[in-house]
Structures are given as C-alpha cells and as structure tokens.
Design a protein around this ligand. Structure first.
Ligand code: DUC
Ligand code: ZN
Ligand code: ZN
Ligand code: ZN
Length: 477
C-alpha cells in the first residue's frame, strides 16, 4: 500500500516546506518537491491512494508521553481503557502514547509490566510504549530496571507525594537514581511535598473545609517548588537525568531553568490544563448540575494554579524559551457520576485526574493561532521532543524517510468545538474542556501508513496499535 500526500505544508520541528510525502507500507519512503518524479517514475500514478493536502499542515503524529489508561487509583479505575483512550487520542491527532505501568508498594514490577501488556495488547488504536512507576524501591526492582530497559522501558517514575499509595522516601529515590545514573535510564518525578500536603488536607477537612475548592488550596506552589528543588539536588548528587512531570507552578519552572543553566540534565513537562485553566475558574464553577461540587471536574495533581499569581502566563513563556521542553496530558479521566462523586463531602476522596488525551494537539495549536508559540515549536513540544526525550526519535516525531508513517493532516481553516455536547470520544460523562473553541481541525490521521481517522470518521480497528520498544533518551550523551 502506497500513499502520496501531495501539496501539503510539511512542518517538522526544524522547519516548514511545501512538499509531497510518500508512504510505502508502514514507513515514510520519501519527502519530495511537489510533483517531482522518483527515478524517472511519476509518483502519483504509481501509488494506491493520493491525498491532496493543499492549504493544510502535514505534521508528525502527536506523541503523548504521559497517560494513565485504566489505572487503578483513588479507589477506582481511570475510566478510559486502552481501547477507548487510544481511540480518543487518534481522533485528536495523537499516534503514540507512553503509559505508566503501576507498581503499588509490595508488588513486583516485572509482574506489573506483564499485566500492563495484557491490558494493552490487541486493544490499542495507536502505538504505545510504557514507563514504569516505582513505589517502594525494592532491591529486586533495581535489578528489574535493567531487564525492563532491555524490554524498551527506559524511564522510571517516582512520587514525592501520595503516602501509602505511591510515595517513595528520599533514600529510596536516591537508590533508584543511582541505578538510573548507571544504566542510562531517565528518572521521572512527581514533585510535590507529600507530608506538607497531607497535613494541610487533614487540617482543612477537620475545619469543615470539604469542598473541591480546597484541593488546590491544600497543594500550594511552595510544596511543588520545594519538592522540585529536592529532586534536582538528589539528581545532582547521583548524576541521574531528571524529568519533572506535570509542572504547574512558575516557581518550579524557575528551579528547572536554574538547574539547566547549571548544566544539569533536568527537563520539565507541562500539561494543557496548566497552560489554560486556573484555580479562579475552578472556584467560579458553581452553577452546573453539581453546584458547589462542580470544581471536582478539575481536581488533578499538581493542581490548577492561581491566574492572579501568573502561573499560566509564565508557563507559555517557559514553553517558548525552552525552560519547559514538552507538553503531555497526564490523561487520567474519571466520570463525575460514580467516581469523582466519591468526594462529595470530602474533597480528599475525589479521584485526581483530568482527561485531555484527545485535545492536546488542538489546544496547543491554538497557542500557535494566539501567537504564544510558533508552528514549528507546536510540532516540537507535542511530537519531536517527546520522541527524543524517551528514545523514539527517527521512527517517531519527524517526517523524514525511514520514519514510521505516523502523519496528521491538520486544517488551519477548520474549526473544532471541544467537549461541546459531548463531541469528544473519551470515556467520560463530562469534559474538563467544555466550551473551548479551536481555530483548526484534525482532518486525517495516519498510523504506520494506515488511515485511521478520515474526515470526522474513525476508520481504524482496535489492535492497529503495537507496543513500541524505546531506547535511551536521545537528549543524553
Ligand atoms: N495526578 C493526577 O491528577 N492523576 C494521576 C496521578 C497524578 O499524579
Ligand atoms: Zn503525578
Ligand atoms: Zn500522571
Ligand atoms: Zn476539516
């Protein structure tokens, strides 16, 4: 099967050009000057399918390097399965995810890794890889980190919060970092000071402050800045590379920037919710069907932060200046009915998470329209950098010969109304993005050479997506 995408504006992180893209089987075979022949053959008359992309952007498929499909968490499971979540991702122009294998304390990480394969295999619409979560850092886990690396799991996530669930203490973190420093893998960190947060939560609930609004107020930026700094110091001590997930506080960004200026291999990820949404808006949402409990829709950790304090503005700036390198979703959806509503009367029981896997490419494209980032930077933060950060580049994250045929045709003259009247495809009974309007539209999504979304129709099949073995981060030498 050969497909020619002709006359499109091909956008890579390195630049933009009008070109034809030839996909042969699962792989990009050539990027050609429009209408050119190949070894004397007229290309267009020698392919099976021709797609005219005139006036549209032809970009490498999005890579969401932070998702939690069907994660057991907060007394329930994230509501998207690998099937529903990856299909929603495809609708939104994302052609690869990296999901987190969960280890709770006492569990064996290799058993968990195999369990995650069972959940995903045969169910995914797009390609997927895995990171491994480490909770209690067992001696056997340190050995297993090498085995997982050989399986293509080259990044390990630790938590400085969620006592009794995920939390590792500083000694355990240091041990895992020592291992990462020696085997070349990446340490990912949920950087919030869990003891401080647990105290503030306990005090709030005891004082009768039980509404969702107290979620953000009991997870202050100081807890994020402090933990980010501590993680950076432990990485400095051990020589491990550090990737800080879901950065929301401007002060945490500044810690990451300072570490980078200091020559450390420290990287930062943010999410669409920290670019667009704020604590004030969460506080203001009182009038929907859930009244004062509406705010539960946006309970996630790290939390939404105050717009008055300037976090969102600072985050866009950091994305532009490369103090923050990439954008993932932390896709962790829960329904209001039967899941989030477990926290009626006690905000600390609301499962933490927002679903955005379908909307990341659109939401970041709006940043291009609004002149917050350039067109090439859009591709870089949503695809190219995730590929390089997590050892996929060359196959993923770029339109070039030899790369997988993961291509999105994006229409800058189209329009997308997000979440409105439940037009999204995530398995949720609400949308955190209700009412967002995007001046652009995902037209066609191609995954390893196969069209899976075409003109507002899903035409793929479950099981199209395959496990992707990752190498070491291509940012490290
Ligand atoms: N934050 C969330 O909001 N959900 C999943 C886990 C996390 O760290
Ligand atoms: Zn986290
Ligand atoms: Zn997460
Ligand atoms: Zn369109």
């Amino acid at each position: 099967m050969k497909t020619l995408i002709k006359n499109g504006t091909v956008v890579n992180s390195t630049g933009t050009a009008t070109a034809d893209v030839l996909i042969d089987g699962e792989t990009i075979a050539a990027v050609l000057a429009p209408g050119s022949s190949l070894l004397g053959f007229d290309v267009e008359s020698n392919v099976d399918t021709v797609i005219d992309a005139r006036g549209k952007y032809v970009i490498p498929g999005g890579i969401d390097a932070h998702t939690h499909m069907e994660m057991p968490f907060g007394g329930t499971n994230a509501s998207d399965t690998f099937e529903t979540g990856t299909r929603a991702a495809a609708w939104g122009g994302t052609t690869s995810i990296v999901d987190f294998v969960v280890q709770y304390a006492g569990e064996n990480i290799l058993d968990q890794y195999h369990l995650w394969h069972e959940k995903a295999a045969g169910n995914c619409a797009i390609d997927y890889g895995f990171h491994q979560i480490l909770s209690d850092v067992q001696d056997s886990s340190l050995v297993a980190m090498d085995e997982l690396l050989a399986e293509g799991v080259s990044s390990f996530k630790l938590f400085m919060a969620y006592k009794g669930v995920f939390l590792s203490d500083d000694g355990q973190i240091t041990k895992a970092m020592q291992k990462a420093a020696s085997n070349g893998s990446m340490i990912m960190m949920h950087a919030e000071n869990g003891s401080v947060i647990d105290l503030l939560v306990q005090q709030a609930v005891a004082a009768g402050n039980t509404s969702p609004l107290y979620h953000g107020l009991t997870r202050p930026w100081q807890a994020e800045e402090e933990a980010t700094h501590r993680a950076i110091m432990l990485a400095n001590l051990t020589g491990a590379p550090l990737y800080v997930v879901h950065v929301s506080a401007r002060q945490a960004v500044d810690q990451i920037a300072a570490a980078r200026d200091n020559g450390q291999n420290v990287f930062g990820e943010t999410c669409p919710q920290y670019l667009y949404l704020s604590l004030e808006e969460q506080l203001g949402a009182q009038s929907g069907e859930w009244g004062a409990f509406e705010g539960a829709k946006w309970v996630c950790s790290t939390p939404l932060r105050s717009r008055k304090e300037g976090h969102q503005h600072h985050m866009w700036q950091a994305l532009r200046t490369n103090d923050i390198q990439m954008v993932s979703t932390d896709h962790c959806p829960f329904c209001m009915k039967g899941q989030k509503d477990m926290g009626l009367g006690d905000f600390s029981k609301i499962p933490n998470g927002i679903g955005s896997v379908e909307h990341r490419m659109d939401l970041l494209y709006q940043g291009v329209v609004d002149k917050k980032i350039s067109l090439e930077r859009w591709v870089e933060v949503t695809s190219t950098t995730p590929a390089r950060m997590f050892g996929m580049y060359g196959k993923k994250g770029v339109i070039q010969p030899g790369a997988d045929g993961d291509v999105v045709i994006y229409d800058p003259n189209g329009h997308t109304s997000i979440g409105l009247n439940k037009t999204h495809h995530m398995n949720m009974d609400y949308s955190a993005w209700e009412g967002f309007e995007i001046d652009g539209h995902v037209d066609t999504v191609i995954s390893r050479g196969k069209v899976i979304v075409d003109d507002n129709r899903y035409v793929g099949t479950k099981g199209d997506g395959k496990y992707f073995k990752r190498g070491l981060s291509q940012y490290l030498i």
